[in-house]
Design a binder for this molecule. Sequence first.
Ligand code: BGC
Length: 377
Amino acid sequence: MRSTRLALIAAGMGLTLAMSACGANSDNSSSGSDSGDTDSASGGIPVGVILPETATSARWEGFDKPMLEAALKAEGLDPHIENAQGDVQKFSTLADGMINDGVKVLIIASINSELGGTVAQKANAQGIPTIDYDRLNLGGSSEYYVSFDNVKVGELQGQGLADALKDKPNGQQVIEIEGAPTDNNATLFYNGQQNILKPLYSSGKLKLVQSQPIDDWDNQKGGTTFENILTSNGTKVDGVVAANDGLAGAIITVLKKYQLNGKVPVTGQDATADGLKAILSGDQYMTVFKPIKQEAEATAKLAAALAKGASGKAEADKVATATSDDPVGKRQVKSVLLEPFLITKAEVKRVIDEGYVKAEEVCTGDLKAACTQAGIS
Ligand code: BGC
């Protein structure tokens, strides 16, 4: 029964993988020495992965899914990857299904801490170890967490904006559009940004107009919220903190409407194809590149160790040498925290050279000249 259902999921995944291999963002080729083997039912220890959504960032389906698939397979595991599409009910149902089907490890990229914590608890109660992936579930029970140094991500965003405005006179007006208040990462990004921006607000170099978190990282809501703040401020803005490329895109659409795009630096995150295009066109000042292949590979190593049961514990502890603070659960969670990188126009080439985004995806139409100038061919 179990293996039949897993085989069915696996067959569906094979199809998805085959389709994504034709898609623009696919990176299977670079990491999958076994990329020809889409028959994940043929062997390996079953491991479940639940991703949170697709609409908040192109990363989840474009980078995380194919990279986790390749990394888990490379560790000899049999990945079953699903996306909850932002639906908390669906997330729980997917988790229940994977637990019932007997996955040996469950990797959770949750929609919010409460949900992720509940899912982890259910899995742990069945003796299934869990790994919090990218987002730490505050008050949760996963013993391991893999992510980037998210305070550093925020610092890079703050630094990007500070650099862009450094030659301008005092009093530059800044609007901050932040991520979901229920995502611990959004808090860490904000804290990192403030490490850089707070002294500049205090000195009068910058002036904060308003800082607004956006529920569910909803890009559209981010755009309308930004427009409301902008118009309430007499359409005056000199710089925008956008917590990721999706929000940045929505904000740039509004800036275009007021003929302010290209004049007002906007930050971002995730180094998505759209983000990189906006940087090349001059509409976005920077993004943060998080090499997700490293995140996927560290997660796969941990999963392979944990799948061995008690005997793999020491091996897992060798991988997760950092710790993350969970202020709600009042505990330190064993972690892998990877390094993020600041990308301005001059560094866009790096993301392309590393295979995350293809040159053809960004060097379209009137961006061809900008690509040549940035050394991208
Ligand atoms: C991730 C970001 C992503 C955001 C929205 C965060 O938890 O770390 O990379 O842009 O969620 O999906």
